[in-house]
Ligand binder design. Sequence first.
Ligand code: FAD
Length: 405
Amino acid sequence: MIDFTLSPELEAIRGRIRTFIREVVRPIEERIDESDRRSLVEGVVEMRTRAREEGLWLPHMPPEWGGMGLGHVELAMVQAEAARSRYGSFAINAQAPDEGNMHTLLHWGTDTQKARYLRPLCEGVMRSCFAMTEPEVAGSDPTLIRTRAYPDGDEWVIDGHKWFISGANGARFAILICRTEDDPEMPKAANTAFIVDLPAEGWNQVREIETWHGPHGHAEIVIDGLRVHGDQMLGGRGQGHMLGQYRLGPARLAHCMRWIAQAETALDMMVDRSLKRFSHGSLLAEKQGIQWMIADSAMDLYQSKLMVLHAAYRIDRGDDFRSEVSMAKHFVANALNRIVDRSVQVHGALGYSKDTPLADLALNARWARFADGADEVHQMRIAERAIAAYRDHGSTAAATGNLPI
Ligand SMILES: Cc1cc2nc3c(=O)[nH]c(=O)nc-3n(C[C@H](O)[C@H](O)[C@H](O)COP(=O)(O)OP(=O)(O)OC[C@H]3O[C@@H](n4cnc5c(N)ncnc54)[C@H](O)[C@@H]3O)c2cc1C
């Protein structure tokens, strides 16, 4: 039975996060000058100090790692609250890519690796990155990865090329996915993950890629004769693909939780504007064409929330969640783009200006449809599972959430 009622304890956590974002994070954000790195760092440190004092720290990690020990359904609620502000998820140390790397290290790391990398990430004194995508081959198909690691005594020597590595600039370590096997039994068993201490000789950041959203955040890296000790392997040899998939399930859903907050901001703004703007004898809110946009957006958001909560519920129960996470990721990414676009439309010229958060939301929303699995690749996998379910059971029901209707 799925029950969406929050326990009084969780209702209290949600209230505390909401108040924290409104009363602590937002005022600090308003003081941050993003062109000044020092102002940004100081602002984030101040938010984090307050978050720790208030016990709103690491919602996704177990208490023994200093976290709040929430399940994924509970996390959905906390992430969606935190993402109502730009730096909310940083404030509670639950931002990408560190959040996904923490899950990965917790699950795959040795005790030594956990002590050396997971502990400082949890304490917020280190940042990390995850390096998989390459410019020369389709990131959608990790079996094509060319960055190559060769064994050399106790060490591995790595050559290759990565790009769009979020947070690489200033990261203290990378989880790097490389090809290690020439002729694996299965194409998916060709890659291996290594933890690379940064900075490192042979790891050359050649630029920060200028994106729609600005010049910072995502780096291009040329790897040339990088040496890592065999102890730095994360998971087993040939398990890099599995590790990436394990990491991406909850990480994709965490993106959806943040996108829901952004979509809700855009819908709130759309309604607010429509109640204030008057044209051709009535408020925009009274015009059917505008009501359709509001209604379509409300339905998009409702479906997004249900899909995310249900996928999170399946993860918490230990059920197979791959189709549900794929469907949620695809749907929420597209819903976010639709809702933000409608909100821009209702705002007219104001929506196209940088006077409101809509420009920022629109530029950010576009990558949601291809990063962490492009729409078409998720559709391919969803269709494969629907066809397999029909073949195996004479019904597609198992591939549509396995719900009681
Ligand atoms: C803001 C941002 C942050 C990122 N951060 C990271 C990071 O931290 N670390 C990292 O490793 N990577 C990162 N990436 C890269 C991201 O993971 C890749 O963009 C993504 O995996 C897609 O790979 P690609 O760009 O090579 O596109 P491609 O794989 O070349 O795909 C391009 C398009 O081809 C189509 N396509 C591909 N395969 C199929 C198929 N089988 N069927 C039908 N159509 C298909 C889709 O339309 C797809 O959008 C980031 C990207 C962005 C934009």
